[in-house]
Design a binder for this molecule. Structure first.
Ligand code: NAD
Length: 281
C-alpha cells in the first residue's frame, strides 16, 4: 500500500541520518514518493548511495552524503553540500543508531553458578558502552545542532528521533542501548520545549518488534516456526505478531506532516502492537 501518496512534501528538504540502514533507507524511499528532496546521510556511503540511486531511478529526488553523525566537521560538510544541492533542511530524521555486542551481556539474570566464559555485567567493555551512548545520543544531538539552525522559522519544520521499547522498560542484556534510548526519549521532550517558540516541532517514534532481514534468523527457525526468543516477544505483544516497517512509516509520515500533526510536539509514539502497555498479566 502506498501510504506516502497521502502526504505532500514537494520542495521540502528531508535530511535522514542512518539512511544506508534497513529502516531509514526504507523511510527515505517512501518519503521520496511524497515529492520531497531527500538527503541520505550515512557513514556507509556505498549503501546510502545505492538507495539514493534507486530513488532517482524511480523518478524521485535524492542524494547520498558520506557523514559521520559523531563528527561536527563531517556534519557541517554535509550541511553545506545539501544547501547547495537542495536548500536548507525542513525536516530532520535522526535515524543513525544501534547497539554493540561489547555492551551486551550473555546472561539475562546474574546467577550464583555462572560458567567461566559467560560475559556478565562485570565484563562489559567501557569502550563498547561509550560507543553505544555516543552513537545513539550524541549521534542525535550533534546533527540537530547542525541542521536545526537552518530550520528556525521555516513553516512545517520538525525533527523526528528514533527511540525504542527499551526506553520505557529496559530489555535484558542491553543496558547501554536501553539507557541511550531512554535518553533519546528524554531529549525529544527537551528539544520540543526548547524549540517551541521558533516553530520547530520535535517528536519520536518508539518501534516495537519488527522482523527484518537482520533478525529473521534469530526469530524463526528454518521451518519458519518462531524461536524461543520470538515466542517470548509475541507473548508480550498483545496483538500477537511482529510489526512491519510500513507500520512505522505511518507514524513517521503523520509526525512529519504539518497538516496532520501541527500541534503534536514532544511525543514519543510507541508503534508496538501494545507491547509497552502490557504488564504481562
Ligand atoms: N530495527 C529495529 O527493530 C529497531 C527497533 C527500535 C529502534 N530502532 C532504531 O532505528 C534506527 C535504525 O535502525 P536500523 O535497524 O535501520 O539499523 P541499521 O543498523 O540497519 O542502520 C543504522 C545505520 O546507521 C549508520 N551509522 C552507524 N554509525 C554511524 C555514524 N557514526 N554516522 C552515520 N551513520 C552511522 C550505519 O552505517 C547504518 O547504515 C536506529 O536508531 C535503531 O536503534 C530499530
Amino acid at each position: 500500500m502506498n501510504i506516502a501518496k497521502n502526504h505532500h512534501f514537494q520542495n521540502k528538504v528531508v535530511v535522514i541520518t542512518g539512511a544506508g540502514g534497513v529502516l531509514c533507507a526504507y523511510f527515505a524511499k517512501e518519503i521520496a514518493k511524497t515529492g520531497a528532496k531527500v538527503a541520505l546521510l550515512d557513514l556507509n556511503f556505498e549503501s546510502a548511495n545505492q538507495y539514493a540511486n534507486e530513488i532517482v531511478n524511480e523518478g524521485g529526488i535524492a542524494k547520498a552524503y558520506q557523514t559521520n553523525v559523531l563528527d561536527l566537521a563531517s556534519l557541517q560538510t554535509a550541511r553545506e553540500a545539501i544547501l547547495e544541492d537542495f536548500g536548507t533542511c525542513d525536516i530532520l530524521i535522526n535515524g543513525a543508531g544501534g547497539n554493540n555486542p561489547k555492551a551486551t551481556t550473555d546472561n539475562e539474570f546474574h546467577e550464583f553458578d555462572l560458567t567461566e566464559n559467560t560475559k556478565s555485567f562485570f565484563e562489559l567493555d567501557k569502550a563498547g558502552i561509550e560507543f553505544v551512548f555516543n552513537l545513539n545520543y550524541l549521534g542525535t544531538l550533534l546533527p540537530t545542532q547542525i541542521f536545526a539552525k537552518d530550520m528556525i522559522g521555516k513553516k512545517g519544520a520538525n525533527i523526528i528521533n528514533i527511540s525504542s521499547m527499551n526506553a520505557y522498560t529496559p530489555l535484558t542484556k542491553i543496558p547501554a542501548y536501553s539507557g541511550a534510548k531512554a535518553a533519546i526519549s528524554n531529549f525529544t521532550q527537551w528539544l520540543a520545549v526548547y524549540f517551541s517558540r521558533v516553530g520547530i516541532r520535535c517528536n519520536a517514534i518508539a518501534p516495537g518488534f519488527l522482523v527484518s532481514n537482520q533478525n529473521r534468523t534469530l526469530l524463526f527457525d528454518e521451518k519458519g516456526n518462531p524461536t524461543a526468543r520470538a515466542n517470548k516477544i509475541l507473548t508480550n505483544t498483545p496483538m500477537g505478531r511482529f510489526g512491519e516497517a510500513n507500520e512505522l512509516l505511518g507514524g513517521i509520515l503523520f509526525l512529519m506532516d504539518e497538516n496532520y500533526a501541527s500541534f503534536v510536539n514532544g511525543v514519543v509514539l510507541p508503534i508496538d502492537g501494545g507491547f509497552s502497555a502490557y504488564s504481562g498479566v
